[in-house]
Ligand binder design. Structure first.
Ligand code: PMP
Length: 407
C-alpha cells in the first residue's frame, strides 16, 4: 500500500509527463537532483511577477513583502531541522558552500598545525576537498574512517582514530553513491567525547530522513535545496549559535556589516554576518514551498514508500545474472548502486536513456568509494516519492536489453 495518492503527486511534477526517445520518462536520478513540484515553480513565478525587490533595507511595500517571505523561509528551515533558532540558519549556495564556509572560517580560525580532521571513506568530494585545501594551508592531517564491505563505516576503527588532536569530524548523514545511512548521532557523541566539533553533510539525508539537529547534537549541518524538491544553487548551513558567533565572517560585503569606516568595520548579528551581498531571494522564497510540500505529505510517509521502492528494486535487480550490488548497508536511503559484469557503466547509461530511463553512471563525486570497491564507477538508480514499481519494472527490462545488446 502506498501511504499517499501517487497519481496526484505525479501530477504535481509536470516534468515527469514527457517522452524521452519515444518512451515515457522514468526519472531515477533523484540523488543528483530532485524534480520540482508546481508549488515551488509557482513560488518562483509569483515572486518575480509580483514582488521582486531587494530585502532587509527597503521600506517600500514590495521590499517588505520580499523580506517577510525570505525570513519566513528561514523559519521553515529552522522547523525542518528542529534548530533552536532561526538565527542559526544561514543561506548559502549549497552544501558545497556550507562546508567551505565552515572550513574557511571555523577551520582556518581555530585549527593549527598538527591538528587532525576526520572524514569518512564515503564522503562526496565536497566534504573532502575543502578540508584538504585547509590542511594544505595549515599543516593539518586528514584521516578517513574506513568503509566495510557492506558499505557501512567501520566505527570500531573510528573510535581508535579519535584523539586530542582531532578537532573536526565531518561525515555525511547518508551516502550519495551507496545510500548508506550513517549512525551520525553515535559518531557525534564519540567525537564530542574527544573534544571535536562535528559537521554533518545532510545533502542526501534531508529528503529522506527526519532531521533533528538538537537530538543529534550536530554542531554544523549542511544541505542543498535542490535535493529536497527546491531550487538549485541554494543551500543551508545550520550551526550552533556559540560556534557561529565565535567564527569570523566568510565573505565581506553589504548586509554582513553593522558599521563601516575606512579604519574599522563591525559585523552584523547572526545570521546576516554570513550572508554578504544580495542573497538568492527568489529561491529562498521557493524553498519554503518545497518544505511545505514535503511536510504536507509527511516525511515518514515518503520514507516508507521509498523504502518499498528500494526493496523491490534491490530484489529485482539484485537477482539478475551478472549484477553486483555495491553497498548493502542495513540502513539505506533509496539509492541502488550496481555494476554489470563486463559492461561499462557509461554504455548502460546510454542504452537506458534510449529507453527513456534516466540513471546516473560514474563515480558520483565519490572516487574514494569506487577505489574502495575496486571499480571505476557504478550505475545508480535513486528513487523519490513520485517513482513507481512499474518504473522499476521498466528499469529491469531496460537492463535485460543492455545485457542482450552488450553480451
Ligand atoms: N554531499 C553529498 C552527500 C551530495 O550528494 C552532494 C550532491 N551530489 C553534495 C554534498 C554537494 O551538494 P551541492 O552540489 O548541492 O553543493
Amino acid at each position: 500500500t502506498i501511504p499517499f495518492d501517487i497519481e496526484r503527486i505525479r501530477a504535481d511534477f509536470p516534468i515527469l509527463d514527457q517522452e524521452i526517445n519515444g518512451r515515457k520518462l522514468v526519472y531515477f536520478d533523484n540523488a543528483a537532483t530532485t524534480q520540482k513540484p508546481i508549488p515551488v515553480i509557482e513560488a518562483l513565478m509569483n515572486y518575480y511577477r509580483g514582488y521582486n525587490a531587494n530585502i532587509h533595507r527597503g521600506i517600500h511595500t514590495l521590499a517588505e513583502k520580499a523580506t517577510a517571505d525570505f525570513e519566513a523561509s528561514r523559519r521553515a528551515v529552522r522547523d525542518f531541522l528542529n534548530a533552536p533558532s532561526a538565527e542559526e540558519i544561514i543561506f548559502t549556495s549549497g552544501t558545497t558552500m556550507s562546508i567551505n564556509l565552515v572550513a574557511q572560517t571555523y577551520g582556518r580560525h581555530f585549527l593549527k598545525e598538527g591538528d587532525e580532521i576526520i572524514i569518512s571513506g564515503l564522503e562526496h568530494h565536497s566534504n573532502i576537498v575543502p578540508w584538504q585545501m585547509l590542511a594544505g594551508e595549515k599543516g593539518l592531517t586528514i584521516r578517513a574512517i574506513p568503509v566495510l564491505e557492506n558499505g557501512e563505516l567501520d566505527l570500531y576503527t573510528f573510535e581508535g582514530m579519535l584523539s586530542e588532536r582531532t578537532k573536526i569530524v565531518a561525515v555525511n548523514h547518508a551516502s550519495n553513491s551507496l545510500g548508506t545511512v550513517n549512525p551520525v548521532k553515535e559518531i557525534i557523541a564519540k567525537a564530542h567525547a574527544a573534544g571535536a566539533v562535528v559537521l554533518i553533510d545532510g545533502a542526501q539525508a534531508s529528503s529522506h530522513l527526519d532531521i533533528d539537529v538538537q537530538d543529534l547534537d550536530a554542531d554544523f549541518y549542511a544541505l542543498s535545496a535542490h535535493k529536497i524538491y527546491g531550487p538549485t544553487g541554494l543551500g543551508v548551513l545550520y550551526g550552533k549559535r556559540a560556534l557561529l558567533e565565535a567564527m569570523p565572517p566568510y565573505m565581506g560585503g553589504g548586509e554582513m556589516i553593522k558599521e563601516v569606516t575606512f579604519e574599522k568595520t563591525t559585523y552584523n548579528d547572526l545570521p546576516y554576518k554570513f550572508e554578504a551581498g544580495t542573497p538568492n531571494i527568489a529561491d529562498v522564497v521557493a524553498l519554503k514551498a518545497a518544505i511545505d510540500y514535503i511536510t504536507k505529505i509527511g516525511k515518514p510517509n515518503i520514507a516508507a514508500y521509498e523504502h518499498q521502492l528500494l526493496q523491490y528494486a534491490t530484489e529485482q535487480i539484485g537477482q539478475m545474472d551478472g549484477i553486483r550490488l555495491i553497498g548493502q548497508a542495513k540502513e539505506k536511503i533509496s539509492v541502488l548502486s550496481f555494476v554489470l559484469e563486463g559492461v561499462h557503466h557509461q554504455d548502460i547509461g546510454i542504452i537506458l536513456d534510449q529507453q527513456g530511463i534516466a540513471v546516473r553512471t560514474g563515480h558520483h563525486c565519490t572516487q574514494p568509494v569506487m577505489d574502495r570497491f575496486c571499480i571505476l564507477g557504478t550505475t545508480r538508480a535513486s528513487f523519490a516519492m513520485y517513482n513507481t514499481m512499474e518504473e522499476i519494472d521498466k528499469l529491469v527490462a531496460g537492463l535485460q536489453r543492455v545485457k542482450k545488446l552488450m553480451a
